[in-house]
Design a protein around this ligand. Structure first.
Ligand code: ZN
Length: 259
């Protein structure tokens, strides 16, 4: 089982290469994860009692040994992640977001998803042909006044022209199928303004800019913060990549650096 899990993680991160000149995620302000390495054995998930190493990827909680040590943060808007039922839980980075930003992240398994509609101020992070860049989104809002009347869930939500971003977490082909679902189809698609990725994962048939779900969420949050809220970025969301960086470092330790 441990072997399988290691294999899955290594497949997930396989062939990640840092951008030239930068160490993996070194420029980000990410909490020290040394304590994760000190975990010697697996333990039970506090919710489902299944054996887990660092966190439960089905309940989205850390194991007891590291409770209170995992960085927690708040996001500028709500995030829904839709997973394909065939996606292997242990392989997905969606759980990272739910564990690190539990107040703002919900994970759904397709086809059990909410009834979304564009009028509910939900947007879809998906680079369809019709997708607009996040910084163009403001131009499409003709009347932003009503947003200020909305429920004051967070101070920031008052000035955001949307309340929720939906991400699809599965392979490229599965994503297309979910994208065509009636409940998703009507949503405004948005894509990142810049494709300045720290990493790229080369996988057959995927563009070099293909991002792991947690990376996509991270970049979207940074763009929402800087391009829509127009606030200075002071590494508020870097810890979203806490487990991601940990896994990359681990893989780099186990395997020879990729040339
Ligand atoms: Zn569990």
């Amino acid at each position: 089982m441990a072997e399988l899990r290691r294999k899955l993680i290594s497949e997930q991160i396989k062939l990640i290469r840092p951008v030239e000149g930068a160490g993996p995620l070194d420029d980000l302000s990410i909490a020290d994860s040394t304590f994760l390495n000190e975990l010697e054995s697996r333990s039970e998930c506090p919710k489902c009692n299944k054996s887990r190493k660092y966190f439960c990827y089905t309940c989205y909680v850390p194991v007891r040994e590291v409770e209170g040590k995992i960085p927690q943060l708040e996001l500028p808007c709500m995030v829904d992640i839709i997973k394909h039922p065939k996606e292997i839980d242990g392989k997905s980075t969606a759980a990272h977001a739910a564990i690190i930003a539990p107040k703002h992240v919900q994970i759904y398994t397709y086809p059990n998803i909410p009834e979304y509609s564009a009028s509910n101020k939900v947007i879809l992070a998906f680079p369809s042909n019709e997708a607009i860049k996040l910084d163009q989104f403001l131009d499409t809002i003709s009347n932003t006044e009503e947003t200020s009347e909305k429920e004051p869930s967070t101070k920031k939500a008052k000035i955001l022209p949307f309340e929720k971003v939906v991400f699809i977490d599965c392979t490229w082909n599965q994503t297309k199928r979910i994208y065509c679902d009636e409940r998703i189809k009507g949503l405004q698609c948005v894509k990142l303004t810049s494709q300045n990725t720290l990493f790229w994962r080369y996988q057959k048939g995927k563009p070099k800019t293909y991002l792991a779900t947690i990376e996509a969420i991270y970049y979207f949050m940074v763009e929402i913060h800087t391009k829509i809220l127009k606030l200075p970025y002071t590494h508020q969301y870097d810890n979203l990549l806490f487990f991601f960086k940990f896994m990359i470092d681990k893989i780099n330790d186990v395997y020879e650096p990729l040339s």
